[in-house]
Write a protein that binds this ligand. Structure first.
Ligand code: AMP
Ligand code: ZN
Length: 500
């Protein structure tokens, strides 16, 4: 089987085919940094992480781009309401840039705690204004814009495919049109490309442009930055389900209007919402749960990650502390199981433990030994890995993939070192720190005096020496470790070590 994804564009499961064989261009909408991310937002980023790590597991190279919005996002995605950044800065008595810096850092801290890998490119909107101006210029030249009330608007009536992603019908749009939106608009769904004189005359950050001094609309940011880093056509674009009817619909309209290419993005992947008992969680309403608040209540960020992986990204997920307790207990049992396997495997010479998390085998092993480990796996472990892969290939079914991890580590017919090695392979996608649990156990039970960390430090020092081509030093370290009863094995995934 090959990877199948549910494409919002067309609303069907489709086999995934990369535009360029083996390589994937992926853009995930990032945060507007006017406040902490709430735990619902983190569901979106865990979904992106699951997608990226699955693609890598399946052997694709991935270029992942995620924007940081630090200008232009109004509280209503349809240009209504206040500017989120300006309002937050005024309330807190700080400058917009200070607010952006503070919440961007807080966001990165959350990503790290949740083991969400950083995107390869993380462009900030304020650093890409010339790209936006250029793209708006192309849209204007192609005849899709009009000026009104000092702002430049996108004219949706010029774009026949408008609403294709969201299955919008113009008659329905008119019926659902909000009142009191922007009177400068010809159609309620027209949207701002560039603001000059509108309700935000005292906007903190403004730039010169062919349409006057002002600032960009929110939607153009994502189009300009994704096109800049991924090209005029790319593979996958993701975000929360709320972005389908406005933000992504508008991104498509303006990108395709500028480039004349269709489809701009091949696959649209949208995660469903995390909901509270009380209903929708909203960042602008001010009362919401953050990762920090979960940690303050004694949870580990990975309890929450485990909780999220337990639901399929396309199903609504109901958050409750009871459910989070369940995830915490399950994660703890999983770690206990990994530690027990580590104890058993420890008695076996050559038991596998990667020298560092980076050395965890990420690539899918097709046959025989797991790369970089020397561990040959038998039929049952192989089957568990095959099922794990099939679950992920089936539109990223993380709940089924997790079930495969459980059946692997519980299967009495699979040897401990095989189960452990295969579990680490699976954890290259789950990122639940299984490796760390095994390492901690090993460290706690090292009887011979020197700690595992000391060995790790020497292995890392030797890698550094090899990098600088100081082979004498590298050999000295190898001999030193040998004297201590440690053998090294250099492989494509890095160096592994074992007791002899
Ligand atoms: P924002 O910072 O508001 O632009 O949102 C960041 C990401 O979180 C977007 O992809 C949203 O679609 C997504 N999102 C917002 N609320 C939720 C929620 N309750 N559950 C899941 N995703 C959400
Ligand atoms: Zn976006």
């Amino acid at each position: 089987m090959a990877l199948t994804l549910f494409n919002t564009l067309g609303r069907r499961l489709e086999p995934f085919r990369a535009l360029k064989a083996g390589e994937v261009g992926f853009y995930g909408c990032g945060p507007t940094v006017y406040n902490y991310a709430h735990i619902g937002n983190l569901r979106a980023y865990v979904t992106h992480d699951l997608l990226v790590k699955t693609l890598k597991y399946l052997g694709y190279g991935v270029k992942h781009v995620m924007n940081i919005t630090d200008v232009g996002h109004l509280s209503g995605d349809d240009d209504s309401g206040d500017d989120k950044m300006v309002k937050s800065a005024a309330t807190r008595g700080k400058s917009v840039l200070e607010i952006a810096e503070f919440y961007t850092k807080a966001f990165f801290d959350d990503l790290d705690l949740m083991r969400i890998a950083r995107a390869d490119v993380i462009p900030r909107a304020t650093e890409h204004i010339p790209d936006m101006i250029e793209l708006i210029g192309r849209i204007e030249k192609a005849g899709f814009t009009y000026e009104s009330g000092g702002n430049l608007y996108f004219d949706i009536s010029r774009f026949p495919n408008y609403g294709e992603l969201a299955l919008l019908r113009l008659d329905e749009l008119k019926a659902g049109a909000r009142t009191g939106v922007d009177e400068n608009k010809r159609n309620p769904q027209d949207f701002v490309l560039w603001f000059t004189r509108s309700k935000f005359e005292n906007q903190a950050l403004t730039w010169d442009s062919p349409w006057g001094r002002g600032y960009p609309g929110w939607h153009i940011e994502c189009s300009a930055m994704s096109i800049k880093y991924l090209g005029e056509q790319f593979d996958i674009h993701a975000g929360g389900i709320d972005h389908v009817p406005i933000h992504h619909t508008n991104e498509i309209a303006q990108s395709e209007a500028a480039t004349g290419r269709h489809p701009w993005v091949r696959y649209w992947v949208h995660n469903e919402f995390l909901v509270l008992d009380k209903g929708k969680m909203s960042k602008s309403s001010g009362s919401f749960l953050t990762l920090r608040s979960l940690i303050d209540q004694g949870y580990n960020a990975l309890d929450y990650r485990y909780f999220l992986l337990g639901g399929h990204y396309r199903s609504q997920l109901q958050f409750s502390f009871e459910a989070l307790d369940g995830a915490r207990n399950a994660r703890r049992s999983l770690l206990e199981r990994v530690k027990a396997l580590s104890d058993q495997a420890g008695a076996i010479p050559g038991a596998y433990l990667p020298a560092s998390p980076e050395a965890c085998p990420a690539a899918s092993p097709d046959a025989g030994a797991i790369p970089g480990t020397g561990v040959v796996i038998g039929e049952e472990a192989r089957k568990a890995l095959d099922n794990f892969r099939a679950a992920l290939e089936d539109d990223l079914s993380s709940p089924r993939a997790l079930a495969e991890l459980w059946s692997l580590v519980r299967n009495p017919r699979i040897r401990a070192e095989e189960a452990l090695a295969a579990a680490f392979v699976m954890d290259s996608v789950f990122s639940l720190d299984l490796w760390k649990a095994a390492l901690e156990r090993r460290e706690a039970s090292t009887e011979s005096g020197e700690s595992v960390r000391e060995i790790e430090a020497l292995v890392a020092e030797r890698a550094g020496a090899k990098k600088t081509r100081d082979f004498d030093a590298a050999d000295r370290i190898r001999d030193e470790l040998k004297k201590r009863g440690i053998a090294l094995e250099d492989g494509p995934g890095g160096t592994t070590w074992k007791r002899i």
